[in-house]
Design a protein around this ligand. Structure first.
Ligand SMILES: [Zn+2]
Length: 463
């Protein structure tokens, strides 16, 4: 007798759709079967889609640290309601994750709040913590994140976007420093993720802004053009080619960068890239309606960039989609375009927005299984434990009603602050049930099993 049956649904896999029942034993998927089998508990999935749980490799919960913006309880609750069953948490909390002590303290701090499974990124500072990287890898970090282009406050190691001349900061590594960092990360076997905006170009363009310039999105884009991303991505790809490191470019935004990634992959460089819902559903034309809620770094660009990103996902140049969920407090996002901080809440609406692109014919349901589950799992060594509906995998799945239009209302969502760049937009399909390792975490609009998440120690045998 199985513990749980998910019966009567259409299973969505990266290879196609299958009408079948799915049976769970303990934490694992046990069987996929056309015949009905006996189970202690059954979920009715008739006229529903059953998808593999979404894996979000790019989440900022702010916890510990600036938890007035968001915390891990809220972020993983929002994830669960959005069909996300695994998150990889970014390391720029306070104190940031730069050594074994901060890594272990954070793991212990987040575990009791985790409503979905989670892994932890570690922060790469350049030469300042090269010696710590092997210890962080041994402790199970999923990879190393370099906020390339950003300085760090020397005392707190907080990110500093635009340091003043007399600020006491650790500057970001130069190209030679990045080469040393890549060699060190390559030796750990983990990926190096890079925020790619060229510091020198950005700084010069921002310094050239007339303080009396109009507060327009076009002026904002002029200070962070596609050029600064494409140059940084090109340099990173060339250095990765020389070192053999597994390079991952986070939040790709520009058509020019897609071309750079495509050429690097054709040369055999071990580089992957992600893009995010904000870059494939919004453009500069939305700013008058949405306002600073859509301010993110790198910025949302033009419709032409949006189209190139969609094509890059469809043809495999861009490996997958991640959220870059990075909330701020309501009063902070109500500032002007220049003063509002960059970042916005995304994780809960990521799958619904992607399903809307499916209903618009931009992507297929098979693409959802590939781009939101399988490909991120592959990149981080989580597959076959996670990332697919296959016997022996963790029973992480989402039940979606494909015929249930609803309107995004941030006030009804689960992040700490009721904000969304997609407020008032209608999506055609609804996430109804989220199952994490066989536990029904969300059903009937309620969090059924709080604290169901577990820590994923990367590098250990994961299957
Ligand atoms: Zn981010």
């Amino acid at each position: 007798m199985w513990d749980l049956g998910v019966e009567g649904g259409t299973l969505v896999t990266r290879m196609g759709l299958i009408r079948a029942n799915l049976y769970v034993q303990g934490e694992k998927l046990g069987a996929i079967s056309v015949e009905r089998q006996r189970s202690h508990r059954s979920l009715d999935a008739r006229e529903r889609l059953v998808l593999p749980g979404v894996i979000d490799t790019h989440l900022h919960s702010r916890d510990p640290g600036l938890t007035y913006k968001e915390d891990f309880d809220h972020a993983t609750r929002a994830a669960a309601f959005g069909g996300v069953t695994t998150v990889l948490e970014m390391p720029n909390c306070l104190p940031p994750v730069t050594d074994l002590g901060s890594f272990e303290a954070r793991r212990a701090h987040l575990l009791p709040q985790a409503h979905v499974d989670f892994g932890l990124w570690a922060l790469a500072l350049g030469d300042a913590n090269l010696a710590e990287l092997p210890r962080l890898a041994a402790a199970g970090a999923c990879g190393f994140k370099l906020f390339w282009g950003y300085a760090l406050d020397r005392r707190t190691l907080a990110l500093v976007y635009n340091p003043a001349p007399d600020d006491d900061v650790v500057p970001p590594p130069d190209d030679a420093g990045l080469l040393r960092l890549m060699d060190a990360v390559q030796a750990t076997g983990r990926p190096l993720a890079i925020h790619a905006e060229h510091r020198g170009l950005n700084a010069a363009l921002i310094a050239g802004v007339d303080p009396d310039a109009p507060d327009t999105y076009a002026e904002f884009l002029r200070t962070r053009p596609a050029l600064t991303e494409a140059v940084a991505v090109e340099t990173a790809c060339r250095l990765a080619q020389a070192t053999g490191v597994a390079l991952h470019i986070v939040h790709l935004t520009a058509a020019d960068s897609v071309d750079v990634i495509r050429a690097a992959r054709a040369r055999g460089v071990d580089v992957t890239a992600e893009t995010c819902p904000q870059y494939i559903t919004l453009s500069d034309e939305d700013f008058p309606r949405v306002g600073p809620l859509m301010k993110v770094y790198p910025p949302v660009r033009t419709v032409a960039d949006q189209s190139a990103l969609r094509r890059g996902l469809a043809d495999g140049t861009i490996a997958y989609v991640a959220s870059d969920h990075a909330p701020h407090a309501t009063h902070e996002k109500q500032g002007s375009l220049w003063t509002a901080p960059a970042g916005t809440p995304v994780v809960e609406t990521m799958l619904p927005l992607f399903l809307r692109l499916v209903s618009q014919g931009v992507f297929t349901l098979e693409d959802v299984a590939r781009l939101l589950s399988y490909a991120p799992a592959r990149r981080f060594g989580l597959y076959p434990r996670k990332g697919a509906l296959e016997p022996g995998s963790d029973a992480d799945l989402v039940i979606v009603n494909p015929d249930h239009p609803w309107t995004i209302r941030a006030a009804a969502a689960h992040s700490k602050h009721p904000l969304s760049p997609w407020e008032g937009e209608t999506v055609p399909m609804a996430v109804e049930t989220t199952v994490v390792r066989g536990q029904v975490v969300v059903a009937d609009g309620e969090l059924q099993t709080p604290g169901a998440g577990t820590f994923l120690r990367f590098g250990a045998p994961l299957s």
